[in-house]
Design a protein around this ligand. Structure first.
Ligand code: PEP
Ligand code: MG
Length: 747
């Protein structure tokens, strides 16, 4: 890096810091900065534009343009040259700005006399904050050194706004992280929560962007990078070589950690006056900006690796480890980009709510959140950048909306909603001990879905008659090692004890598809939901299946045992899996162990093919449970995790209800008990229609039992069945409108 460029840039940063140290705030401070930059860069104009909201930039300070335009001139993202810099997160360097395509003439600023234009984005870690511009009359293109110097200044500005240095005047001057913000995501788990932000991975705060002594900063950076390389080497040596994916990531880490290019850029940043951490962050910001525009998923992942590595380096430099010393609030709402099921289970029920920037409805996190009954909103874009530890936050899991730092009016409306929900809960508690008996005298038995020990207390609280689906994979998802048979037996035994004689249906491992266990090598499949999962995997990897079956038999210790196999697509699979269980029972008997007094072996009906299985299948199965989540996805060929297609097809679609009726009829012909355990069973209107189609047993989230029972108790199934018939005859697509009308007429 040329000496002159270094010292010029350092001088400018030094003056900037002195200006910051003076006793000025808000507008005055911003004005000073623009004067100083214009002077240092020898340009007539320097202006700072900041985002007012996600779409609008506002001129917030200027040296050289008409001061009357400050806080008046606004432009939309992408509009004019300034808008283009912001939108593309890219530099615009033009000798003849008015001639540039997209130039927007703003007469109030008086800028028409300036020919050359240099604009750089002000951004922090991919979060756009504004644009810094210099302009001059002379028609010249700015040199590479000048562009670089302005970028470094923009980086420091970004840090200052982060620290609230501009707070004081006007909305656009307020630092980010202080204003109310609303995020619209998707529902992961219903429910509402009020609390305070707890960041899963707190952001590192850089408090010293400018440094005096490049030598010291360089030494700090080198020391930290050495430590980082060492830790990556350690991770590599303790990784399992068989885990290809993990090895790939770590190799990429090592490559970046040893990259000369990365190091050189950071050294240059330090030489131009930045502190070591600011240098790391500057390169991280550039990489993040690039990440947003790279279409290739592989490259994006690599940039993500670099991002993770930069975070590690920042933590080493600032000493802000994952443990930041911050105390978890008493009402924590967890905010994370994404989170694994194990980490979520570590937090457990302490969390009041969860908001994820990524995630999918059928993801592990969602399954665990549901099992823990914690309201969850997913796909809340940019929330990890906006939220700070301790911020007040409201999570509306009913509508997938999150209010960060909400205003009073929002808080009070939200509290009203919670009160209404509490009142409803009280009404549900009133029918807890009563049967779900309809007006026409049919009794529907309501069971709950579970997967964790923590679910079991709900068995009493919800009024469930038993556990209709115990998803055993949840324990597997949370572990890094194959669980031992003894541990599993102990766990299942505790489940049975907590159930105190109520029926529990254990579903054998349903892994694969989106449920990836950490200890198994991930198999790359083009369509994992249609791939090597559940019983297919169990039958091919008999060791794991048999181990789990043994654990279940031992846990029962003489008590009745109900086992259900997931994702059975044909009779043979069920027969083979069932035979394994019978063999294990035989083996245990021979070993002199107590075997269950009664064993029931069932199948989940989750693929349309099984509905057409031979009669012998229905005769052999002791019970059948309809897994509506998967069945519906395969019936409509609509991915349950793809929000775009998932909602397209209504569960109350007449064809789907007719299909369910056919399954129920086949089960009734052989006297095979049939239940429904997909998520739809927990939706009152869906549950009502299922009951009208002939289902007499439903299994759902514990929180749904009250609402479902209340509706069933005030309904006549014959009337609902007539509505479905009429819809069918009329050729209606869904029976929902008719049921809603009918409900509205009920007393
Ligand atoms: C289902 O598919 O309906 C079901 C209950 O299983 P899971 O949601 O665990 O796939
Ligand atoms: Mg399923």
């Amino acid at each position: 890096m040329p000496q002159q460029r270094e010292s010029e840039s350092r001088k400018l940063l030094g003056r900037l810091r002195d200006a910051m140290a003076e006793d000025s705030a808000g507008q005055e401070r911003l004005d000073k900065i623009t004067t100083l930059i214009a002077d240092s860069m020898q340009t007539e104009v320097c202006s700072i534009y900041l985002f007012r909201d996600a779409e609008t930039l506002e001129l917030c300070a200027t040296e050289g343009l008409n001061p009357q335009a400050v806080h008046k001139t606004r432009m939309r993202l992408g509009e004019g040259l300034v808008g283009r810099v912001a939108k593309q997160s890219n530099v615009v360097n033009s000798a003849n700005a008015p001639q540039e395509q997209g130039f927007r003439f703003m007469p109030e600023t008086g800028e028409e006399i300036y020919s050359s234009f240099l604009g750089v984005p002000v951004q922090r870690l991919g979060e756009r904050l504004g644009v810094l511009v210099v302009q001059s009359k002379e028609a010249r293109s700015f040199s590479e050194d000048e562009v670089y110097a302005l970028e470094v200044v923009a980086m420091v500005l970004a840090e200052m706004s982060e620290l609230g240095a501009f707070v004081g005047e006007g909305a656009a001057l307020a630092a980010p992280h202080q204003q109310p913000a609303m995020f619209r995501g998707l529902v992961g788990q219903e429910g509402t929560a009020e609390g305070h932000v707890w960041l899963h991975e707190p952001r590192v705060v850089v408090t010293n962007p400018i440094a005096d002594d490049p030598e010291t900063e360089l030494a700090r950076l080198t020391g930290a990078v050495d430590k980082l390389r060492l830790s990556v080497d350690e991770m590599l040596s303790s990784a399992t070589p068989k885990d290809k994916e993990q090895m790939e990531i770590l190799q990429a880490y090592r490559m970046f950690a040893n990259s000369r290019g990365w190091m050189r850029r950071m050294e240059e940043d330090i030489a131009s006056g930045l502190s070591a951490e600011a240098a790391v962050e500057k390169e991280q910001s550039t990489a993040r900006a690039r990440m947003q525009s790279v279409p290739d998923p592989y490259l994006r992942e690599r940039l993500q690796d670099l991002d993770d590595l930069s975070n590690r380096l920042l933590r080493i430099l600032t000493g802000q480890g994952t443990v930041t010393g911050a105390e978890m609030p008493t009402d924590p709402i967890l905010i994370a980009r994404n989170i694994g099921p194990g980490e979520l289970l570590d937090y457990g029920r302490r969390l009041k709510g969860i908001v994820l920037e990524e995630g999918a409805v059928g993801s592990h996190a969602a399954i665990v959140a549901r099992a823990l009954a914690i309201p969850l909103v997913i796909q809340a874009r940019n929330i990890t950048n906006e939220a700070l530890n301790g911020d007040a936050i409201l999570v509306d899991g009913e509508q997938g909306i999150v209010h960060l730092r909400p205003e009073e009016t929002i808080v009070s409306a939200f509290r009203d909603k919670i009160i209404m929900q509490t009142e409803a809960q009280e009404r549900y508690a009133g029918v807890r001990e009563l049967p779900a008996q309809t007006l026409c005298g049919k009794v529907i038995s309501l069971h709950m879905n579970a997967g964790l020990m923590a679910d079991l207390p709900s068995l009493v609280g919800s009024g469930a008659e038993g556990v209709g689906l115990f998803r055993t994979e949840l324990q597997f998802l949370a572990r890094n090692q194959v669980p031992k048979r003894g541990d599993l037996a102990a766990l299942y035994s505790r489940v049975l004890e907590a159930a105190a004689g109520k029926r529990v249906v254990f579903r054998t491992l349903d892994i694969g598809s989106d449920k990836v266990v950490p200890f198994m090598r991930r198999v790359d499949e083009p369509n994992p939901a249609l791939g090597w999962r559940a019983i297919r995997l169990g039958l091919d990897r008999k060791g794991i299946m048999r181990m789990q079956l043994q654990a279940l038999i031992r846990a029962a210790n003489g008590r009745p045992l109900n086992v259900m196999f997931p994702f059975v697509a044909q009779f043979e699979e069920f027969k083979a899996a069932r035979q394994h269980l019978l063999d294990e029972l035989e083996r245990e008997k021979k070993l002199g162990r107590v075997v269950p007094e009664k064993v029931e072996i069932g199948a989940m009906l989750e693929t349309p093919s099984l509905a057409f299985a031979p009669r012998q299948f229905f005769e052999m199965a002791d019970f059948i449970s309809i897994g509506g989540n998967d069945l519906k996805q395969f019936f409509f060929a609509a991915d349950r995790e793809n929000e775009r297609v998932r909602r397209r097809y209504d569960t109350l679609n007449v064809s789907f209800l007719t299909f369910l009726e056919m399954i129920i009829k086949r089960c009734n012909e052989t006297g095979t008990p049939v239940s429904f355990c997909g998520e739809d069973a927990g939706r009152p209107i869906e549950a009502l229609c299922f009951a009208a189609m002939g289902l007499r047993c439903l299994s759902m989230r514990p929180a749904s039992i009250g609402p479902v029972k209340l509706l069933l108790r005030r309904s006549n199934l014959d009337e609902v069945r007539d509505l479905i018939r009429e819809a069918e005859v009329a050729g209606a697509q869904s029976v929902r409108p008719a049921v809603m009308d009918w409900l509205a007429q009920q007393p």
